[in-house]
Design a protein around this ligand. Structure first.
Ligand code: NAD
Ligand code: UD1
Length: 348
């Protein structure tokens, strides 16, 4: 089976690529490298070569908004007699702050890019799609755990583009109930790294998110962690989130492909999280315990757009996909730290 993996050089995509190739899928990665390094591909290959695995990976440097490139990928695969059977679509822009200052760019890349991909899939009769949606679409709400029927009310352009894409799926699916198989996976907070230490998260500039910030404090790239509020209505006053090991998250994509094999057609919106909520202080404590590194911090004002608590109800993913997250918070800290010490400057 051949999978087109858009955004396959990014944080999440690179981990999915390894799992797909280990499972024997042929993979075509399409990435424009606007937010990732070509070294990621070298690392993926290095990992598989070290394991002496036979694999078929092709990488195309291109933009999902470029119809000619998409056409060429699908046509070339058909000519090889190995058409694309499934698309895992992760290519897109993900910064909340950037989306506030440049919303049209977000609509262009995320929404127009996805529309372009769907048009191409339809044209070449490829009807199976796994998509990277986000828990950010649930907006500001402390009512937890959040199930898939939680109110959708994104508060920033980034979140709005994810909702627009999900709406597009809805219309498309209803236009032809017998052909499409779509899983729109709503990620909570993917963290950690591949246990090999060869691939991991490498944010450009100062990280916005908690986990990469902590590993950068531990390695000395950042001096101290600013904690955005210790007066939230939570057990220790700091924000609670659902941190999921990146490999558990990646496995959710393979489980979605397996699910496609058992159904005629579907459109499912599915949370992927650990189903557990941890506070900022709990994360710091666990990280310090697991790694022996001290994380100095300073309490600051709350951050705009934050909520006290957010974590997933993952019963749908468990039931429908037969998927369950297996890795602990300790494993997250160990793997995240292993990646950071082996790659103090990320991919360099
Ligand atoms: P990432 O930025 O590391 O990966 C995205 C990849 O897409 C990058 O390699 C980038 O170069 C590529 N890309 C961007 N625009 C492109 C374009 N126009 N054409 C081709 N390639 C393009 O991000 P990630 O963390 O791996 O996230 C992957 C997806 O998951 C994104 O769609 C993101 O919105 C979604 N998501 C991420 C998180 C998270 O916390 N990381 C949470 C929820 C949803
Ligand atoms: C953030 C985004 C969200 C996006 C998600 C995944 C905001 C407001 N929300 O969510 O839209 O989908 O990332 O990319 O940007 N924290 C600190 N200090 C830091 C960083 C974070 O105290 O330096 C706290 C936050 O206040 C929060 C927790 O740590 O309580 C987790 O923050 P973060 O990793 O940014 O994730 P989200 O807030 O879930």
């Amino acid at each position: 089976m051949r999978v087109l993996l858009t955004g396959g050089s990014g944080f999440i995509g690179s981990h999915i690529a390894i799992l797909l190739l280990e499972r024997g899928f042929d993979v075509v990665i399409l990435d424009s490298f606007v937010n990732s390094s070509p070294n990621v591909i070298i690392r993926i290959k290095k990992y598989l070569d070290n394991k002496d695995l036979n694999y078929k990976l092709e990488t195309i440097n291109g933009d999902i908004r470029d119809k000619k490139i998409l056409d060429k990928i699908f046509i070339d695969c058909i000519k090889e007699n190995k058409p694309i059977n499934t698309v895992i679509h992760l290519a897109g822009l993900k910064s909340v702050y950037e989306s506030l200052s440049n919303p049209l760019h977000y609509w262009d890349v995320n929404v127009f890019g996805t529309l372009n991909l769907l048009l191409t899939m339809k044209e070449y009769e490829c009807y199976s799609l796994v998509f990277s949606s986000s828990a950010t679409i649930y907006g500001l709400s402390d009512s937890v755990p959040m199930a898939e029927d939680h109110t959708i009310s994104p508060i920033n352009p980034y979140g709005k583009t994810k909702v627009a894409i999900e709406n597009m799926f809805y219309d498309l699916y209803n236009s032809n109930l017998n052909s499409w198989k779509i899983c729109s996976l709503r990620y909570f907070n993917p963290v950690g790294a591949h246990p090999s230490g060869l691939i991991g998260e490498d944010p450009i500039g100062i990280p916005n998110n908690l986990f990469p910030f902590i590993t950068q404090v531990a390695i000395g790239t950042q001096k101290l962690l600013n904690i955005y509020g210790d007066d939230w209505g939570t057990r220790d006053g700091t924000g609670i989130r659902d941190y999921i090991h990146i490999i558990d998250l990646a496995e959710g994509h393979l489980a979605s492909i397996d699910y496609f094999n058992s159904t005629e057609s579907c459109l499912e919106f599915i949370n992927l999280g650990s189903g557990k909520g941890y506070s900022v202080f709990q994360i710091i404590r666990q990280f310090e315990l697991s790694t022996g590194r001290k994380i100095p911090f300073s309490i600051q004002d709350r951050r705009d757009g934050d909520v006290a608590k957010s974590f997933a109800d993952i019963s749908k993913a468990k039931k429908l996909l037969g998927w369950t997250p297996k890795r602990s918070l300790e494993q997250i800290c160990l793997d995240g730290w292993n990646w950071q010490i082996k790659n103090p400057h990320g991919y360099g």
